[in-house]
Design a binder for this molecule. Sequence first.
Ligand code: PEP
Ligand code: MN
Length: 447
Amino acid sequence: MDVPSLAALHAMGPAQQPAYPDPVAVDDVVTRLRSARPLVFAGECDQLRERLAAVTRGEAFLLQGGDCAETFAGVTADNTRNKLRVLLQMAVVLTYAASVPVVKLGRLAGQYAKPRSSDAETRQVDGAPVTLPAYRGDAVNGFDFTPGSRVPDPERLLEVHRTSATTLSLIRAFIAGGYADLRKVHHWNTDFVADSVAGQRYEAMANEVDRAMSFMAAIGADPDEFHEVDFHISHEALLLEYEHALTRHDSRSGAPYDLSGHFVWIGERTRQLDGAHVELLSHVRNPIGVKLGPTTTPDDAIALAARLNPANEPGRLTFITRFGAGRIRDGLPDLVEKVTAAGLAVAWVCDPMHGNTFEASSGYKTRRFDDVIAEVQGFFDVHHQLGTWPGGVHVELTGDDVTECVGGGEELLEDDLATRYESVCDPRLNRVQSLELAFLVAEMLRA
Ligand code: PEP
Ligand code: MN
């Protein structure tokens, strides 16, 4: 079956789409995007699907992470390198401490569109309430709280394509230039992280990795794996115009792929079985994910798998659960048990962020580090009890020293949030908190 037209998808009444004021301008942008170059190659998507098949079989662990929402202004070489670096540090901790291959997947180079629980946002301006359309990510409108900035502008989709291409070429250059080479294991542990407790623990571990590599070198072994790194990119496939325009037929097989990223996922708010997002992604060959929140029934999950992975191919479908620390132990077992009993080959991944968001008294959206860890621990415990594989974590993080989530070894308090709160959407783990999470997850993997 061929990919449905954009008009057919819109006829399905898709959730969470921008209300563009000028349909002619949208058509013009879509036409230009259709001839824009693909960001990734179909063969790379296949390679990632193979790696995720290993996750599905319980032979590898997925580390997926990045910003809640990237911004155009945030795409600098430093910012991108910092995110790559924290993911590399986390991956080496997981690989070394738990002796398990880690599949590294950035939540970046395309993560610009946000679903919102409300279409409008109200703020006090000069003592009076002002209501404007909600910010839906740089892909849609501006973060500034002014009427002009909040009007959805389709031209932004072209900027998503340009900045994603820039981010990805930076990542490819860092990797090709040797930055991600395992022999740089010490080099990644720089500046503020090195002084933290997690950073010191990392340094000790890096010494052991170094010793192991020196031993390998001494016996004349120098495997490619020391120099090469697999790194892929992912984002939520939310905006139908963008994802549809970047869906192309692979020259090798003729099969359609969404070449805006290697892996794309369907969010909790757009996973309706008869919805346009499920319809579109059912037609592409990429490895894909679906977020499953606490209201998901086993029947929902089984029906989604039937639609999205009818051939039951391992690596094609990842379920990313995001229940919240308080609900995971009650809610997850039934889901995993019934999906497993139905014989479905899916990778199970824990998003310990989106069920644990709350508003601090100061008004900042935040998360407690302890809740994040409690959800991951609940996820591991449930899978251990059922004999299924806890396949990975999906986290919102940044390589910078931000103050957005409370707790962690540095004991960030609600009063600290204002110090450096930079996220335009959800709160992210900072680099130290991310490293701490990696050590804790490594212990869970070893248990
Ligand atoms: C997100 O990943 O930023 C997000 C909106 O998640 P969810 O769809 O799980 O709410
Ligand atoms: Mn988010």
